[in-house]
Design a binder for this molecule. Structure first.
Ligand SMILES: Nc1nc2c(ncn2[C@@H]2O[C@H](COP(=O)(O)OP(=O)(O)OP(=O)(O)O)[C@@H](O)[C@H]2O)c(=O)[nH]1
Ligand SMILES: [Mg+2]
Length: 207
């Protein structure tokens, strides 16, 4: 039986999704919230570790996992495979821990279909100008590369209306508070509170 809540967080590149999720997780004990670690076929970057940022696997290994139905969802993003392992998610949720998925709109659609109890959050940048500025990074990329990133970001943003919650990341601390508020409100839902306060409720209602 599922006890934890599955949270899907999507955003275009440059909206500050990773920083927001990381800052949020720092405020949460591990027995409350965990981040899902995806499998990917993209190359490992400097500073990344296998099993920490991603499970880095070959295309053959990834495709074997697809055939074995090992993924709750998977998609090709920027030419690489990315997927969420079903076994890991099911096991963590069963212990009552909430799980965060940093996945794209294609993965979000698949999860919504398979797990209607999942909650989804979309993060938007405050303006087109700010997004452009953030996508330019250190200014070492060609205009071609930047234009392609912007087109990908706009394509991701066209899916904003498919999500349960919308957060605009203008002031980082306000966006972080928004994220905390969403999770807190979800945890106060009757379904979650019922099991947590079972004995209190029976004592209060005792004759
Ligand atoms: N569907 C799906 N998407 C994933 C999964 N893991 C990561 N992604 C998405 O793949 C995209 C690229 O992620 P990365 O390769 O880590 O690159 P990044 O620098 O973090 O890119 P951005 O977060 O887009 O700025 C991001 O939009 C992620 O949300 C997954 O398991 N499934
Ligand atoms: Mg990211």
């Amino acid at each position: 039986m599922i006890k934890g809540t599955l949270y899907i967080v999507s955003a275009p590149s440059g909206a500050g999704k990773s920083s927001l999720i990381q800052a949020f997780l720092k405020t949460q004990p591990l027995y409350d919230t965990q981040m899902s670690i995806s499998h990917t076929t993209r190359a490992m970057r400097l500073g990344e570790a296998h099993g920490q940022h991603y499970f880095f696997v070959s295309v053959a290994e990834f495709e074997r996992m697809i055939v074995e139905n090992a993924f709750l969802e998977y998609a090709q993003v920027f030419g690489n495979y990315y997927g969420t392992s079903r076994a890991i998610i099911v096991q963590i949720l069963a212990t009552g821990v909430d799980v965060f998925l940093d996945i794209d709109w294609q993965g979000a659609q698949q999860i919504r279909w398979k797990m209607p109890s999942a909650r989804s959050i979309f993060i938007l940048p405050p303006s087109r100008e700010e997004l452009d500025r953030r996508l330019r990074g250190r200014g070492q990329d060609s205009e071609d590369v930047i234009a392609r990133r912007m087109a990908q970001a706009v394509a991701e943003m066209t899916h904003w209306a498919e999500y349960d919650y919308l957060v605009v990341n203008d002031d980082f601390n306000i966006a972080l508070l928004d994220l905390k508020t969403i999770i807190r409100a979800e945890r106060l839902r009757l379904e979650r509170q019922k099991s947590r306060h079972d004995s209190l409720i029976s004592k209060l209602l005792a004759e």
